[in-house]
Design a binder for this molecule. Structure first.
Ligand code: PLP
Length: 377
């Protein structure tokens, strides 16, 4: 059977999103900047879709800027915050378990004389608000802390850290990469208190190539792309109206059915952990995950890449960590200080609203067989 348990890497586009994109590409292909009626209709639909995203984020539509992906949003947030804070200092705080879309631009800034503090997680995969408090300096301009870790499923204490950072200095900007948290864990931007927040469509059953930056009202960010002045002059370029249509359609499904989806994923994850523990000798749970859709396990002594390939040969898709790492041991699991044998055998299992018990059973049975074959060999 085909079992797809890698929803944190990407998700299938839901029919509602695909249909919305198709209609926008064919019947409603107008340019929202065009003055003709056709263009103006496209502009109206664009704004209605912005309102759906705003509803999901708990913000106003003018705080929603469309962009191409999570990576673009993370890069922009960091570059813009640094630019805004350039007279105040060159210190940035982040965590050691961010996605490379945050870590790489920060590494580039380090090469330009910025000082980066990377907060380490505890063994359970959570960073500590006290560590953030201790790291704050008079020259800190930005904190970038993800909401849900993409490999562990742990929820980071973003709201508490925002309060600590803002109490230290209201001028410190706070960005969160909410690519894995959006709609999987309920939040509003006001509850979090962040200035900047990044999301990506392809994690929520919209297509790849669409994302959103939430920018708190009043924050004057330098533009990401200059040109025709679309997206309030912040990100020029004709809007990808079909992608935006699909994103809003997928988002609307989560708004209508999110409680059901989240409960289903949480139940399935608990079932998976139970099945894996009971059927696969020696399997360790590395992270049960706070978010409903991600957990990580390890089969010490069995290299992840070998496991992923062997499972894939049987039609079962899981990941050896973030899909962006392509075979290198993950910095996230390494940051937990796991023993080498455990670290090298890690698998991320992640769920979507349509995941089934049969898929979980297929994974547990296949892993048990791989394990028993090796033991018997
Ligand atoms: N941030 C996190 C936490 C992610 O999991 C991902 C994708 O895996 C990204 C950022 C990058 O998003 P995108 O693939 O839309 O560029």
């Amino acid at each position: 059977m085909f079992a797809y348990l890698d929803h944190a890497a990407t998700t299938a586009v839901c029919p509602e999103a695909a249909q919305a994109a198709l209609e926008e590409m064919t019947a409603g292909f107008g340019n929202p900047s065009a003055r003709c009626a056709f263009g103006q209709e496209a502009a109206k639909r664009l704004e209605a879709r912005r309102a759906v995203l705003a509803q999901a984020l708990g913000c106003s539509p003018e705080e929603v800027t469309f962009l191409s992906c999570g990576t673009e949003g993370d890069n922009w947030a960091i570059q813009a915050a640094v630019e805004l804070g350039r007279r105040r200092g060159k210190h940035i705080i982040t965590t050691a378990i961010e996605h490379s879309a945050v870590l790489e631009p920060l590494k580039a800034l380090e090469g330009k004389g910025y000082s980066i503090t990377r907060l380490k997680p505890d063994k359970s995969g959570h960073v500590s608000p006290d560590d953030l408090r201790a790291a704050l300096r008079d020259d800190t301009v930005l904190v970038s802390m993800m909401l849900v870790n993409n490999e562990l499923g742990t929820i980071q204490p973003v709201a508490e850290c925002v309060r600590i950072a803002k109490a230290f200095s209201p001028e410190i900007l706070f960005h969160t990469d909410a690519v894995q948290g959006f709609l999987k864990v309920p939040f509003t931007v006001d509850e979090l208190g962040v200035d900047l927040l990044t999301i990506s469509g392809h994690k929520i059953r919209a297509p790849k190539g669409i994302g959103v930056q939430y920018i708190r009202k009043g924050l004057k960010l330098p533009p990401l792309i200059r040109g025709g002045g679309q997206e309030k002059g912040l990100r020029s370029g004709t809007e990808a109206t079909h992608q935006i249509a699909a994103l809003a359609a997928a988002c609307q499904l989560w708004l209508d059915h999110g409680d059901e989806y989240r409960a289903h994923m949480a139940e399935l994850k608990a079932y998976a952990l139970d099945q894996l523990r009971s059927k696969v000798d020696g399997l360790e749970v590395v992270s049960a995950g706070d978010a409903p859709h991600i957990c990580a396990v390890s089969l010490p002594g069995y290299p992840s890449e070998m496991l992923v390939r062997a499972l894939s040969d049987q039609g079962i898709c899981v990941s050896s960590g973030s899909a962006c790492h392509k075979g290198k041991p993950s910095h996230v699991f390494a940051a937990l200080g796991l023993p080498k044998r455990t670290l090298m055998g890690v698998l991320r299992v992640s769920f979507g609203p349509g995941s089934t018990k049969e898929e979980v059973d297929a994974l547990a049975d296949a892993l048990a067989a791989i394990r028993n074959d090796r033991v018997g060999a």
